[in-house]
Design a protein around this ligand. Structure first.
Ligand SMILES: Cc1cc2nc3c(=O)[nH]c(=O)nc-3n(C[C@H](O)[C@H](O)[C@H](O)COP(=O)(O)O)c2cc1C
Length: 202
């Protein structure tokens, strides 16, 4: 039996991304987010319109999508309720968000230079995707509260520990344990469930 309900959020489980962008003074901002999906070599990101990240992306049009594995959950959670925006927007003040100018040291994470874009990578993340913003799409009823940001991935850095031992340009899905956000709670992945027809052709 199904019931019709009115949930406040519709976060059905997506990978967590630590999105690095450049502030106007050249320092780096780092924001946890999980409204992200990929198709081909492109990615669509959903970020609140009043985030520092959207402000930075509109100006710089470059970012790095750093994907933490499940064991980095502590660092990711330290970044929750923080913003690089000063002053903190009113609605976030009500939710006890704090302005943190250096979110890398706040989280205990380390920067590494990127190759094709100016924002830095997060050393501890096994997956680091350098990206260029292609388009912005104001998004979300009723009043475009968010921005959907179309990013072209231009360089892919993968920690050797999760590479397929034979096919060096493939990630071994058995070795990759992404951090997943589902209804604001953190999860890892369970075990492989069933042989995949799709995996045979990629
Ligand atoms: C695990 C996690 C996932 C999040 N996912 C999103 C998201 O998909 N989109 C979004 O706008 N904010 C998301 N947030 C909240 C942002 O991190 C928050 O708005 C933050 O203040 C943005 O930082 P910035 O203002 O420095 O850009 C998420 C937070 C956490 C901890």
């Amino acid at each position: 039996m199904h019931q019709t309900i009115h949930p406040k959020i519709l976060y059905f489980g997506t990978p967590v991304v630590l999105l690095s962008t450049l502030n106007e003074d050249g320092s780096a901002n780092l924001a946890p987010m999980s409204s992200a999906w990929w198709l081909g070599q492109s990615c669509m990101l959903g970020m609140g319109m009043r985030s520092k990240t959207v402000e930075n992306l509109l100006r710089e049009r470059e970012c790095v999508l750093n994907l933490p594995s499940a064991d980095l959950v502590g660092a990711v959670d330290r970044l929750a309720l923080t913003t690089g925006k000063n002053p903190v927007p009113g609605y976030k003040q009500n939710m006890t968000f704090q302005y943190i100018p250096d979110k890398f040291s706040h989280a205990g994470l380390t920067t590494a230079p990127s190759q094709d874009v100016r924002p830095p990578r997060v050393v501890e993340c096994p997956v680091q995707l350098e990206g260029i913003v292609e388009k912005f799409h104001p998004f979300g009823a009723p009043d475009d509260f968010a921005m959907a940001i179309e990013v072209q991935i231009v360089r892919v850095h993968i920690d050797e520990s999760i590479l397929n031992t034979e096919k060096r340009h493939h990630i071994d899905a058995d070795k990759w344990n992404p951090l997943i956000m589902s209804f604001c709670e953190f999860y890892g992945l369970g075990k492989n469930l069933h042989p995949s027809r799709l995996a045979r052709v990629f």
